[in-house]
Design a protein around this ligand. Structure first.
Ligand code: MG
Length: 242
């Protein structure tokens, strides 16, 4: 009986609140989203994006070893010069939306992890794999679209060797407390060539070649691109701070 009375009382109370509500009660007007001009198919970035590479020079990049970025820029593309090492943005990033296009070099005699390998390292630490997936067998959590050694892509969205591939990456940085403990892990969504391949994947930590992922506390860090010994090309790189 008590339960029924309580239920009816709740129902009456709720319906009285709803009776007082207007449609406007649940409509927000602030803060107003800023007007942004979208990216266009011919390669222009959104109006509020930071252009990391527009085909002209590597001024936004440095060698991961220090000094200027040693990769080459030809015909609006920047290409890994094998053996020169990784490159990093001069600016540091946290939560972000990243657009980056890449092209695998001719396969030559390479196969598996040696064919068109590079990598997009969010915050210099967490690798979204770049690899030729055109008839190229390898472990699935190390193929293109994978979070390296953590999660295979849901599908193989790569097209053909020699064609430009487009990554759109949505990154939620890990958060660490003042004592360095992990408060919330990193989360990533990856779209390859317009196809969702990682959907809000929660990372277990970094992405080492050997061993298991782990978190080490950090703040904002550069975006890093990998030199893995093959001449992968990149173009049209832009990022939006979130
Ligand atoms: Mg790699």
């Amino acid at each position: 009986m008590k339960k029924i009375t309580f239920f009816i009382a709740t129902l009456l109370f709720t319906s009285s609140i709803y009776a007082q509500m207007k449609p406007e009660s649940t409509e927000w007007h602030y803060p107003k989203p800023e007007k942004v001009t979208p990216a266009t198919v011919n390669g222009n970035a959104p109006s509020d994006a930071i252009i990391l590479f527009d085909g002209k020079d590597l001024s936004k990049w440095a060698s991961a070893k220090g000094g200027d970025a040693p990769w080459k820029v030809v015909n609006g593309e920047m290409t890994v010069v094998p053996g020169t090492g990784d490159i990093c943005t001069r600016e540091f990033f946290g939560d972000c939306q990243l657009h980056i296009e890449f092209k695998s070099p001719a396969p030559e005699n390479h196969s598996g992890q040696n064919r068109g390998n590079s990598g997009v390292f969010l915050q210099s630490t967490y690798e979204v794999q770049v690899l030729d997936a055109d008839n190229n067998e390898t472990y699935v959590n190390g193929m293109v679209g994978s979070i390296y050694k953590q999660k295979a892509p849901s599908v193989n969205a790569y097209t053909k060797n020699g064609e430009w591939q487009v990554y759109d990456i949505y990154w939620k940085a890990p958060v660490f407390g003042t004592d360095g403990e992990l408060e919330s892990p990193a989360m990533i969504t990856v779209v390859l060539n317009g196809i969702l391949v990682q959907n809000n994947f929660i990372l277990k930590g970094d992405t080492p070649y050997i061993g298991f992922p782990k978190y080490t506390p950090h703040g904002r860090l550069p975006l890093k691109l990998q030199d893995h010994g093959t001449g992968v090309a990149f173009r049209n790189i832009w990022i939006r701070n979130l």
